[in-house]
Ligand binder design. Structure first.
Ligand code: NAD
Length: 282
């Protein structure tokens, strides 16, 4: 089975659209501010897609584009301005920021209640504690795909390859939360015999950034394979999973593109409207 992230993202966007419209009926508009620093082509593509999706769901999009040599203090001043702006419910600072900028400090300056990406230490802390907060878009999107297709993770062995704060670590926290109840292993660049670790998995989530790292050797027959990787190669966009080698072994697999990517954008809108509802006391 191919897990169609694009289709699942449409269901999330439809839900967001309805919630934005319900707020509008009460005189409340929802706003997402995007901050893009520098000329990284991939970042431009991502932000364009986020702005377009915001507008399609009825969320007002406020875009701030700054040159790569913008001083740190100027970006910090912008974040403070967005924190104070009542029209802004969600703030997205597209990462990675150009070299020389302190992205940790910029993220920490953000009002956690407007942290649409769910990457503020306060929100990550709430996730560790198992309390409600804004959760990181990509791993939350992965949970939503599994839920949509009725793939229960409870009691399953989930191997997550990659330990980034953006995907791998929060993915493990979401998988092991009460209610999800998976048993999670985080594998990384120092893991011994990655293939053997992965073969023990009922579900593999690959978030590595190495094209086609996960091959037939890594996948037990019937496993579910979620490919978070987005790698730009001469052959176009390629995931972290060797799709052709794995697709007949796996019981379900996400394609690249059209898998996890669209979910990340949809969950950003979900977080933004959730933040707006919370501020409105809905
Ligand atoms: P990262 O570079 O921060 O982390 C990569 C992780 O992979 C590290 O923890 C490292 O230990 C591990 N790793 C590296 N080489 C390895 C190896 N040979 N074996 C096992 N583990 C290894 O990357 P990230 O930000 O987590 O992103 C990972 C991938 O996911 C990238 O391709 C990125 O483009 C993609 N991504 C996609 C989305 C989406 O919306 N689909 C969102 C975020 C990131």
């Amino acid at each position: 089975m191919i897990l169609d992230g694009k289709a699942v993202a449409e269901t999330v966007k439809a839900d967001v659209t309805a919630r934005v419209a319900a707020l509008k009926e009460r005189g409340i508009s929802v706003g997402l501010a995007t901050v893009l620093v520098g000329a990284d082509p991939a970042s431009h593509v991502y932000v364009r897609s986020k702005r377009r999706t915001a507008e399609a769901t009825g969320i007002n999009s406020y875009h701030h584009e700054l040159p790569a040599d913008t001083p740190q203090v100027e970006i910090e001043a912008l974040i403070e301005q967005l924190n104070a702006d009542p029209a802004v419910d969600g703030i997205l600072v597209q990462l990675p920021l150009p070299k020389g900028l302190d992205s940790d400090r910029i993220t920490e300056l953000m009002d956690p209640s407007k942290d649409a990406d769910g990457l503020h230490p306060f929100n990550l802390g709430l996730l560790v504690l198992g309390r409600d907060g804004l959760t990181p878009c990509t791993p939350t999107g992965v949970m939503r795909i599994l839920e949509h297709y009725g793939i229960d993770v409870s009691g399953k062995n989930v191997v997550i390859v990659g330990r980034s704060f953006l995907v791998g670590r929060p993915q493990a926290l979401l998988m092991t939360q009460r209610g999800a109840d998976a048993t999670a292993t985080i594998a990384h660049s120092r893991t011994r015999d990655l293939a053997a670790v992965c073969r023990a998995a009922d579900i593999i989530v690959a978030a590595v950034g190495v094209p086609k790292l996960i091959g037939a050797d890594h996948v037990s027959p019937g496993a579910v394979v979620i490919d978070v990787g987005i790698n730009r190669t001469d052959d176009g966009l390629v995931g972290d999973v060797d799709f052709e080698a794995v697709k007949d072994l796996a019981s379900a697999i996400t394609p690249v593109p059209g898998g996890v990517g669209p979910m990340t954008v949809a969950m950003l809108m979900h977080n933004t409207v959730s933040a707006a509802e919370k501020r409105a006391g809905v």
